[in-house]
Design a protein around this ligand. Sequence first.
Ligand SMILES: [Zn+2]
Length: 373
Amino acid sequence: MTTQTPMIDEEQILADFNYLHTRGETAFNEVNTTNYLAKRLDEMGVAYERFDDFTGLIATIGDGRKPIIGMRSDIDALKQVYQGKTQVLHSCGHDSHMAMVLAVAAYYAKRPEAIPGTLKLIFQPAEETVTGADRVIKSGKLGQLDYLYGLHVCAQDEVAGKHAEAMIPDIATRTYWVTITGKTAHAGRPELGANVIDGFSALNEKFKQIKLDTNLPYSVTTTMVQAGESSNIVPDKGTFAVDLRARTNDMMDELQAQAFQAMKDVSVNGIEVILDGNDLSPAAIPSEPAISTMSKAITEVLGADGLVEPAPTQGGDDFHFYAYDGVAKESTMLGLGCDLTPGLHVPGMTFDRSAMFDGAQIMINVVRMTGKN
Ligand SMILES: [Zn+2]
């Protein structure tokens, strides 16, 4: 009987991790990181293409046969103060994601016939700024994907060690940057002006009254406000920011419609509300075929008890742009438990390094099992 356990080089995973771990680079500055990935792919004889004007690369194993199976690793780190020094740290674990996806590359470089189609490995920059996926999509170098898999290490309080979830239910988040204008006047003659603070407080009340017909969590929160410079003048200009969160993308659309209506409603009597910009991170879009394949891939490595229900999270990930923008038909992210403490984005974050061996095996499995439901 042949063993179902794929062969992975644990020493190499640790070597890749240790190299990348000590050399974190921030969003779109992952120059050395990209060069290292390119060097490793060269050693494996895997073809890849860099992007013309930003960091990261896409490696391809296979001749273009369908299904096209994508796998994405983020590659950026965070600038943080740790032990009294400003450093760039892999406190979100993207170093481990790269090490695991490199192990997938090494495995299939030797066994391309084991891929049910063509494998595209996306080493994506700038996940932390929620701008990398968009650039990859707009580069035109990726093309359409039938499946897309991602992965993220999970905090211990969300997924325990030796356990994994077959999707990460990230929520949708959107931030508005808004200017509000009115008409200035002397503070003693307010009726001659249009006070942006009055306009803003009316608007903030309307934001608080936004109601969706759902039991799922959502929020609309004003997070920044600035207006007025003198205590005796009616201010005619202000700025503020609003943070919107919703469990699904449809709920986010509804929140957005109500927020826009509120802004329109207060744009009267000389007050004007202007949306300067907004940043969106879409919610995870559950895909039955991708999740069921990922579930099987997990079960084969961690056993039936190792597969856990997706843990609610308030996090976001620009991975979901690939499905949201229609580039990936079916997609999901592995949430890998690895005894990670004290939490993601916390300097000094640490986890059980051997969990990367399980993670790499799961990601190897999910490719092999794709389309074989
Ligand atoms: Zn991350």
